[in-house]
Write a protein that binds this ligand. Sequence first.
Ligand code: ADP
Ligand code: MG
Length: 228
Amino acid sequence: MIEISDLIYTWQNHAHPTLQIKHLQVNDGEKVFLHGPSGSGKSTLLGLLTGTTPIQHGSVSVLGQSLAKLSGTKRDRFRADHIGTIFQNFNLLPYLSPLENVTLGCEFSPRRTKRACDERGQVVAQAHYLLNALGLDDNLLSRSVSELSIGQQQRVAAARAFIGQPEVIIADEPTSALDADTREAFIATLFGQAEKYQATVIFVSHDNSLSHLFDRKISLPSINEASQ
Ligand code: ADP
Ligand code: MG
C-alpha cells in the first residue's frame, strides 16, 4: 500500500536532512498513529507521501505507484484521486457552505466523482450523507462554514477527505484544537468511515495519549536516522 525506502529529504537552506528513513511500510486498511515532537518532520513526511513535495532521494510508493516517477501535474492528479487529507487548520473555504466544501473533495477527480455518484446518485447527495454520518445536522449544511464551531468544521473537513472513497486518508494534527473527550469521539467517527471501505489512515499528532486507539503506533524519531 505505502512503502518508503532510503528516503532522504533536505529543505532548501538547511545544512542537514530533516528526514532520513531506511524503510517504512503501511498495509492496506491499517490505521497508523505517527507521532513525534513539534519540528520532528511529521508534516514534511506527509508532504512527501501525498506528493505535495517532490522526492529528492529514495522512493515513496503509494498503491504501487512510485511518486518519484510522476511529474508535478501527475502527482496532483494522483493525490486528488487517491488521497483524502484533513489539515490541522482544516483549509475550508469560509464563504462556502459545508455541502459546497465537501463536494470540492471531488472537484479535481473524475474517479472520486464517479464513486460518489455510484454510491448516492449525485456528488451533493453523497456530501449530504457524509455530513450527516459525521454528525452535522441538516440545519447547518447550507450555512457558511465560518459560522460553525471548530468541532463542526473538523467534521466538514473529514467529510471532504472521505468523499469518493480515496484509499488513503491523511490527517495532520486535526485534533489539536479539541479537548480530550471530543478528540476520542472524532477519531471513532473517522474510523467508522474508514472501515466502511477499508481506507488506510495515517494520523499525525504530537499527543501520544491517542495512540492506543490505533492499529500501530510509529514514533517518527525512532525511524528517522536524521534525528539520531
Ligand atoms: P512537524 O510537522 O513534526 O512539526 P515539520 O515537518 O513541519 O515538523 O518541520 C520539520 C523541519 O523542517 C523543521 O526544521 C522546519 O523548520 C523544516 N521545514 C518545514 N517546512 C519547511 C519549509 N516549507 N521550508 C523550509 N523548512 C521547512
Ligand atoms: Mg506539522
